[in-house]
Design a binder for this molecule. Structure first.
Ligand code: SAH
Ligand code: SF4
Ligand code: F3S
Length: 474
């Protein structure tokens, strides 16, 4: 049974004192920090906290590894490929460290919560000074100070290998250096209790725990007051928000409460597990003016047999019923999904069912993955007779179908005028602005750069598989 573990003010005070000590120790010259983020928006959000801590410790931020005095990797364990990239990039710093022996290399994030990875970093990557897990982001200054202090005393034997096993903590009041003044992540919960059989996330991110509504609402209010125009509520399964809290607030209630705050912003959320997507959620989306009519509803497979083996708690029919209910209540709904191809034991017939689900639902956009075995998950020890080459053929067929449908969906916007949020500039002088529709589709626009950060009407003149194109009409 998970016991909620909240970080106390006294524990945070220790961190603040460590920040001061680090700042003092580094006061001889300017220092720079680089935080390199992999994986999902939860990690993007944690990286904002890490940058907040680093700035409180006196570092400036850089994106140039050659300029960095500390490099922090915030890693993802969800697929093999993500892990390999991290190993490659950590290894590459051996070079930088030879030139600058004072360089501190820290590896955090989901990878480090796997015992085998922790051992590998410890034994095969001497360049790494510090390993810490996602449950230790709140005490980053304390861990960093240990590295520095030991360096002073013990020369090279200064490594700090943390990433202790944990069910996870709830920490409020951490600093945060936000990446954008226009869009913001707002983490409402952490961890996952679903244990899909292929997935490492519940093993590395700990038990599901929700932040208290008053803390979330206070943060959302601050964002709106600061002029943020796009707020995304984050969780591995936002639909189960509130479980274990005494407040009796569920996710639709929370959405409505954030929607009702003063301010002109779009409200988004991700990710929704289909098993918990209710009529109340879709009604709330329809009734609240700020909530984007977009839902990311990962299907993972179109075969009920495979869904059962994945432990997803819904079958093809239930998924399709949920989509039909959502579309009835929200006729302009933008629907996106994740699909895994080549789950252990998946047959050609199962794959055909996934393809037919995709053709039937017609997603606006899809994220498609080839199954990647994760040590310690049940699926990793299931028989997996289909070759990688065969899975690649299925994957390519799925991608063709996904791309064709996205292109068709995007083409339907041509000739229409959409309200969009201009969120930045592009490198393309002919379409110099980037924007998002309320449903989250990417738009490249021609318009005045002064429009960045504003809602404008966009006339859509052209489209592709990936984006819409047009010009700002006011
Ligand atoms: N909590 C989110 C997903 C987090 S992981 C949800 O349940 O929807 C993001 C996506 O990565 C998943 O939706 C899944 O499609 C994919 N994924 C997770 N584990 C994987 C694995 N072992 N191999 C391939 N893809 C995987
Ligand atoms: Fe992984 Fe499933 Fe949890 Fe999503 S719901 S994080 S896929 S275990
Ligand atoms: Fe990856 Fe961790 Fe997110 S494993 S997908 S960064 S929760």
């Amino acid at each position: 049974m998970y016991e909620r573990q909240e970080i106390t003010q006294a524990q945070l005070e220790v961190q603040r004192r460590c920040c001061e000590k680090i700042k003092d120790a580094l006061s001889d010259r300017p220092r720079f920090a680089l935080v390199d983020t992999y994986g999902c928006q939860q990690n993007e959000s944690d990286s904002e906290i890490l940058r907040g801590w680093l700035m409180d410790c006196g570092y400036g931020l850089t994106s140039d590894p050659a300029q960095a005095d500390i490099v922090v990797f915030n890693t993802c364990a969800v697929r093999e490929h993500a892990e390999q990239r991290v190993y490659g990039n950590v290894g590459a710093l051996t070079h930088n460290k030879a030139k600058n022996p004072d360089l501190i290399v820290a590896v955090g994030g989901c990878m480090t919560q796997q015992e085998t990875v922790k051992e590998k970093l410890k034994n095969s990557f001497r360049v790494v000074d510090m390993v810490f897990g996602p449950h230790e982001v709140w005490k980053f200054p304390e861990l960093l100070w240990s590295v520095m202090e030991r360096r002073g005393r013990r020369g090279n034997k200064s490594r700090v290998i943390a990433a202790e096993p944990s069910d996870g903590v709830v920490a409020e009041g951490l600093p945060r250096q936000r990446d954008s003044e226009i869009k913001a992540w707002l983490s409402i919960m952490n961890g996952c209790d679903n244990f899909c059989t292929y997935c490492i996330v519940p093993h590395v991110r700990g038990r599901e725990r929700s932040r208290r509504p008053e803390a979330i609402l206070a943060e959302a209010r601050k964002l709106a007051e600061a002029g943020v125009k796009d707020i995304t509520l984050l969780g591995q399964n936002v639909n189960s928000y509130g479980k274990g809290l005494a407040d009796g607030m569920d996710f639709p209630d929370l959405l409505r409460a954030v929607n009702d705050l003063p301010g002109d912003f779009v409200l988004r959320f991700m990710t929704s597990h289909p098993k918990d997507a209710t009529e109340k959620l879709f009604r709330t989306m329809a009734e609240c003016d700020k909530i984007a009519h977009h839902i990311h509803l990962p299907a993972q497979s179109g075969s009920s047999r495979v869904l059962k083996a994945m432990n997803r708690h819904y079958d093809r029919e239930k998924y399709l019923d949920t989509v039909a209910m959502a579309r009835k209540l929200l006729p302009d709904l933008v629907l996106t999904t994740d699909i895994i191809v080549g789950f252990p034991g998946e047959t050609e017939a199962d794959f055909e069912e996934t393809l037919s689900l995709v053709e039937e639902v017609r997603y606006d956009a899809m994220f498609t993955f080839i199954y990647s075995p994760r040590t310690g998950t049940p699926a990793a020890s299931m028989p997996d007779p289909v070759s990688r080459a065969e899975k690649q053929v299925w994957f390519d067929r799925l991608l063709d179908s996904a791309n064709r449908i996205s292109a068709e969906k995007h083409a339907a916007y041509v000739g229409k005028t959409c309200r969009v949020l201009v969120d930045g500039e592009t490198n393309d002088p002919t379409r110099n602005l980037s924007a998002r529709t309320k449903g989250g589709r990417l738009v490249h626009l021609t318009g005045d750069p002064a429009l960045v950060g504003q809602f404008v009407n966009a006339e859509i003149t052209d489209s592709s598989t990936w984006a819409l194109f047009g010009h700002a009409s006011e």
